[in-house]
Design a protein around this ligand. Structure first.
Ligand SMILES: [Zn+2]
Length: 227
């Protein structure tokens, strides 16, 4: 058995790729700034395997945010696209990982109370890293922390969400949505049942709206107009 490996610097430099951006919504054109491209081959008698492993620092053409991409493939992993054609199955990893089309609270996270911000960031990480059980538990923990931070009273989370409405921190419409997310976290914690990426993405969007309404906008208004 013999193996060869060839490391080339900047082979894919300036290449343009359509990738989901961390900040922009949807896919944008990213340019490869720097790359390390590795090509290898393993042979043993008649048998051979070729593989590629590319490491790239990429930049979004819109917001100029830099991130990291690794794409790998090998001659054994391919799928058929027609009777005579095959395509190699490429594994693409992006860091920080991202869900296409999801915008976050971005640069406004600093308006959140420290505890809320910590759980928000971890939940976002779980969501972006394809960890649906942890994301579900994180969403519930976020609601629990908001309730605690706003001194919501009640023997359980159900009652506490209700108290946020009484305290006029939350609208009745907002509370009914939080109840849905509360049960979503319940399922994740007690039955270890993951929810779909779509459900969790939507739930996160709702929680982000609540965070915006009760922390971010009031703080910005206070700063601008005085409390
Ligand atoms: Zn961008």
């Amino acid at each position: 058995m013999a193996s060869t490996k060839n490391v080339e610097l900047n082979k894919s430099q300036n290449a343009e790729l359509e990738l989901p951006c961390i900040k922009c919504s949807g896919k944008t054109t990213h340019k490869v700034l720097v790359s390390v491209d590795i090509r290898g081959e393993e042979t043993d008698g008649d048998w051979s395997l070729q593989w590629c492993d590319d490491y790239q620092i990429v930049e979004c053409g819109g917001c100029k945010t830099k991130s990291f991409r690794n794409v790998s493939s090998n001659s054994e992993d391919y799928y058929r696209i027609s009777d005579t054609e095959y395509e190699y199955d490429e594994l693409e990893l992006l860091y920080p990982s991202r869900i296409e089309g999801r915008k976050t609270l971005e640069n406004e996270e600093h308006y959140l109370p420290v505890k809320v911000r910590g759980i928000y960031k971890e939940t976002l990480g779980a969501l972006n890293n394809n960890s649906p059980i942890l994301a579900g538990i994180g969403l519930r923990a976020l609601i629990e922390t908001i309730c605690k931070e706003k001194n919501a009273e009640g023997g359980n989370l159900y009652a506490k969400i209700g108290d946020l409405v009484v305290k006029q921190i939350l609208t009745p419409a907002g509370s009914s949505i939080l109840h849905k997310i509360r049960t979503l976290g319940n399922d994740a914690a007690h039955e270890v049942k993951p929810h779909s990426e779509k459900q969790l993405g939507l739930a996160m969007e709702v929680v982000e709206h609540v965070l915006n309404d009760i922390y971010i906008i009031p703080t910005k208004v206070d700063t601008e107009f005085g409390s």
